[in-house]
Design a protein around this ligand. Structure first.
Ligand SMILES: Cc1ncc(COP(=O)(O)O)c(C=O)c1O
Length: 396
């Protein structure tokens, strides 16, 4: 391993808690879909920031908004007002549904907020129906809501009240409803769960059950939101509207900020003093949110995702016909999963050797979350590298 990288890793081993599985890559600079490591080597990134880099690395509009705001004011406590918080909230509302926004700092915190909101709204009803293979984060409520036991081991007892059912199984949801049900929590497309797309029938059926039995539909769009699937939010492909939605990752274009939006009458359940977050809705994060919305809108990036994703899916599905280790290509927009018949991690390492960054989830699913700003040329080059790796593996 190159010496600068080794030095960084050694210092991590000494000073940083060892909670992540990391690739031996120490990064210093990024621009769009390209990254550079401490050795000065360049990489092509098909998985920028684990879904954060919706605009790639260091988008100039986001950087300029952050730079401008750092000169004025970087923190305002929430016992005062600042103009950027309502502007960011208005952007979220206008892109989704009529409601009000609560800002916080991470996906897990947004999920926690939604769980608290649902419980308070439920006024005694506290059960939340959640999906197998779902992922909602690592704090205690988000972890308890998550439908993958491997993340929960050793952290028991979990928070009570989460009823787990198979994803895309409406009958199972129906059977799980009790007089104590206050909400159903669902990712419209499961990301960590292996890029599994919620069917229209399932998501529309959930909406119907929520209306019939008077409980809340909470969408976790932490990974699928902000244009990733070719619409602002993935639920918008199905023609339904949730009561509550949580956002993080791409929301600040790389700056850590998260949000929960709730339909007006539901939002009003939270009253002054009932919920809070010290850094929530800080001016820097809100400036970044406004810049992200502007860039996606003014650079026509939703249209770009819709056009380019057709080309990507076509190319990958064609590859699947001559590459027997590809079992299925699935996803929506720029949220792409390639299910393999073999372990995916060695392929991620092989890609890294060719300076291409991608991800593997659920052991056998390669996950691509490219930036909406990726150039066609970069995308073609990345896909050619990936094709080469997959075909080589298939040939043994
Ligand atoms: C759908 C979903 N919800 C919640 C989270 C948790 O977000 P964070 O890591 O910002 O807490 C994630 C993270 O991957 C996610 O994919």
């Amino acid at each position: 391993m190159a010496s600068q990288t080794q030095k960084v890793i050694e210092q991590y081993e000494r000073y940083v808690m060892n909670t992540y599985v990391r690739s031996p890559l120490a990064l210093t600079k990024g621009k769009g879909s390209r990254l550079w490591d401490v050795e000065g080597r360049e990489y092509l990134d098909l998985f920028p920031g684990w879904g954060v880099g919706i605009l790639g690395h260091n988008h100039p509009w986001v950087m300029s908004a952050l730079r401008g705001q750092t000169r004025r004011l970087i923190h305002v406590s929430n016992n005062y007002y600042h103009p950027l918080q309502w502007q960011a909230a208005k952007r979220v509302v206008e892109a989704s549904f009529d409601g009000k926004v609560f800002f916080c700092n991470s996906g897990a915190e947004a999920v926690e907020s939604a769980v608290k909101l649902a419980r308070r709204w439920g006024a005694g009803r506290y059960e939340i129906i959640v999906m197998e293979r779902s992922f909602h984060g690592r704090t205690m409520a988000a972890l308890s809501a998550t439908g993958q036991s491997k993340y929960q081991q050793g952290f028991e007892p979990l928070l009570p009240g989460f009823i787990r059912v198979p994803f895309n199984d409406l009958e199972a949801v129906r059977r799980a409803i009790t007089p104590k049900t206050c909400a159903v929590l669902v990712e419209p497309i499961q990301g960590e769960g292996g890029l599994r797309v919620g069917t229209d029938a399932f998501l529309q059926g959930l909406r119907q059950l929520c209306d019939e039995h008077r409980f809340l539909l909470i969408m976790d769009e932490v990974q699928s939101g902000m244009g990733r699937t070719g619409k602002w939010f993935a639920y918008q492909h199905t023609g339904i509207t949730p009561d509550v939605m949580v956002l993080a990752k791409a929301l600040g274009g790389g700056f850590p900020i998260a949000a929960m939006i709730a339909r007006r009458s539901v939002a009003d359940t939270l009253t002054p003093g009932s919920h809070a977050s010290t850094f929530g809705g800080n001016p820097l994060g809100c400036a970044a949110i406004v810049a992200v919305f502007e860039a996606i809108e003014k650079q026509a990036l939703l249209q770009k995702v819709n056009t380019l994703s057709r080309v990507i899916f076509e190319r990958l599905r064609k590859l699947a016909t001559r590459c027997p280790i590809i079992q299925e290509v699935r996803g929506r927009g720029f949220m792409i999963g390639i299910e393999l018949t073999v372990a995916g991690r060695p392929l991620v390492s092989a890609a890294l050797d060719e300076r291409l960054l991608l991800n593997c989830t659920q052991d056998t699913v390669l996950r691509l979350l490219p930036a909406m700003t990726i150039a066609k040329l970069e995308l073609n080059r990345a896909l050619s590298i990936l094709e080469g790796i997959l075909l080589k593996k298939a040939q043994g």
